[in-house]
Design a protein around this ligand. Sequence first.
Ligand code: 2HA
Ligand code: ZN
Length: 281
Amino acid sequence: MKVLEAKFVEGFMRMANDGWEQGWHERNGGNLSYRIKPEEVDSVKEEFVAGDWREIGTEVKDLAGEYFLVTGSGKYFRNVIIDPTDSIGIIEVDETGSKYRIVWGFVNGGRPTSELPSHLMNLEVCKKRDAEIRVVYHCHPTNVIALTYVLPLEDEIFTREIWEMATECPIVFSKGIGVVPWMVPGGRDIAVATSEIMATKDVAVWAHHGMFVCGTDFDIAFGLMHTVEKAAEVLVKVLSMTNKKRQTIQPDEFRALNAPFGVQINEECLYEKKSDIIGER
Ligand code: 2HA
Ligand code: ZN
């Protein structure tokens, strides 16, 4: 089968375009990666042509020998569906987990996303806790970014304020959100900070920059991003009217969701509030 005919490639490109249409990918903002299943690799590998090995910039031993579909560095999400072989590519990680080579795509001399260390380290820690997690997605969603200027950059408070904006939130991301303070993007340090969050949670916010999510498939990962950003939009609207809530969802009401929805909502975020001012504990 041709790479561009494979279902996982179609799903990847659709997700990239959906993100573009949401307004989450100005210019070359954002990046997407998918850890390809062995049978999917087999179905398309006749088209692979291996390039030279290059340094990843970090080590991902538990991903040794695996293949990834990734967006390209400096490439625009809005171009993925019209020029996929330029915008996206498949890479193989070597047996040491420290090098990669391009085997398909990036036809005009492109290379994988500048956030490759973050993507691979996230995919590695996610694989350890759930081998089914295959998608890592980074974008620049407006409302979440806006909130990083006004909410404390503390995991529990950030999570709680977003959870209160939509009942589905604590069900969809019951472990909550981790927040990374402002850091230089593209390198190993921010990758380590993000992967420490992704070791237990599905959502990481990068202050004044954007958000990372993971998921078992494209629908789950995109839907998670959409859910967090939608709730963030509600919070921005509330904050634009007032800094206080007249009423909201209470800790015991969150707890009442656990049994019917089969989740275990992170208790650390269900602290008793002493203040009705948004962002205060
Ligand atoms: O430009 O979003 O974080 C791609 C990015 C870097
Ligand atoms: Zn970014």
